[in-house]
Design a protein around this ligand. Structure first.
Ligand code: ADP
Ligand code: MG
Length: 342
């Protein structure tokens, strides 16, 4: 399986004045293979959205590279680059309430990308919009209505149509269901799954509900405070987590329950996620980790390769550094680099 998207050492910092820097994403390397769904999980504030946006050029990159279909993408997009990549990489956003312009009709919203980035005529665009309304389970005559006339689930269908009408190869779904009622979430996940298969899409599926991510994704990647800390086959990570943070995250994640109020934070791990401003050396989870050792406070663990049941696993934790049959030679002690792509 070849990688369609390869992030190598991808880093995104935000300057927030008085010399303070938010390390939103630090040195993150992750490969996403063709037709694969990689789930990206982690508490709120861990850098998931920033990583997804940096992959798509919606954020300038502070450092590192993204290769897409064999081509290195620009560190900072110019208008022509958006034009060039719009039809190949798209994003589906979390909040179907705020991500749709309330002054545009649904037809205008779905057709906008084609109007901006294709040579199709108005009539051709209208035809494709109608086709896409059907494909996402809405009606062609919904094109003349406005977003406020729709439910949350229907609006997310509009958001999906808006992204997929561009026929992208790669889609970042940024918590596409977390603003929806539990009963609607499954319908949207099913729709995304069907469209993924019929279009041969490759996806990064961001969410904080691990059981949902496990259900939709082939592999699961776990982020903590700007870093990738574990990645492997979804069921392996879900049923046999190795990083102490992943263990806690899975232990604290209740199974979906319709009685749980919508929007309730499902993650409740001891202590607060620390601020990613001016972070120091050592493992970023050390302050909350029940298995912390002295090395954790001084050395940033690279992603160690760990033997697994069904596929390759990488874990950024010193517990796996003694290697033996697990850590690959040359990975140990390379000073905090996240090693090669995964
Ligand atoms: P997640 O999607 O995992 O919740 P984000 O990627 O949104 O996390 O945010 C990661 C960190 O970067 C957070 O601390 C957030 O406050 C910070 N951040 C995100 N966007 C900006 C920005 N435009 N300016 C400054 N800080 C930001
Ligand atoms: Mg986010």
């Amino acid at each position: 399986m070849s990688a369609l998207v390869e992030a190598k050492g991808l880093t995104k910092h935000f300057r927030i004045g008085r010399g303070q820097i938010v390390h939103a994403v630090d040195d993150m390397s992750l490969d996403i293979h063709e037709r694969e769904i990689v789930g990206l999980v982690g508490e709120s504030g861990s850098g998931k959205s920033t990583f997804g946006k940096a992959l798509l050029g919606l954020h300038d990159k502070t450092a590192g590279k993204v290769r897409f279909d064999g081509e290195t993408l620009p560190g900072r997009y110019r208008p022509a680059d958006f034009q060039r990549y719009a039809s190949r990489m798209q994003m589906i956003f979390q909040d179907p309430y705020s991500s749709l312009n309330p002054r545009m009709t649904v037809g205008e919203i779905i057709g906008e990308g084609l109007r901006l980035h294709s040579d199709l005529s108005g009539a051709e665009i209208r035809e494709r919009v109608h086709d896409w309304l059907r494909r996402v389970g809405l009606e062609p005559d919904h094109a003349s209505r406005y977003p406020h006339e729709f439910s949350g689930g229907q609006r997310q269908r509009v958001g999906i149509a808006r992204a997929l009408i561009m026929q992208p190869q790669f889609v970042v779904c940024d918590e596409p269901i977390s603003a929806l009622d539990v009963s609607v979430q499954a319908q949207i996940v099913r729709l995304l799954g069907e469209l993924k298969s019929s279009m041969g899409l490759t996806m990064l599926f961001i969410a904080h509900d691990l059981s949902m991510v496990r259900y939709v994704s082939d592999r699961m990647a776990v982020m903590y405070l700007g870093s990738l800390i574990e990645v492997g086959v979804s069921d392996d990570v879900f049923f046999r987590p190795k990083h102490p943070y992943t263990e806690l995250l899975i232990g604290s994640n209740p199974q979906p329950d319709p009685r749980i109020e919508r929007g309730r934070e499902t993650v409740a791990i001891e202590g607060e996620i620390p601020s990613p401003v001016n972070v120091g050396a050592g493992c970023r989870f050390a302050g909350r980790c029940p298995k912390v050792m002295s090395v954790c406070r001084t050395d940033t663990p690279p992603l160690f390769k760990v033997r697994d049941e069904t596929g390759e696993r990488r874990v950024a934790c010193h517990l796996y550094a003694d290697g033996g049959d697990t850590a690959p030679s040359g990975v140990q002690g390379n000073g905090g680099s996240n090693g090669g792509g995964v």
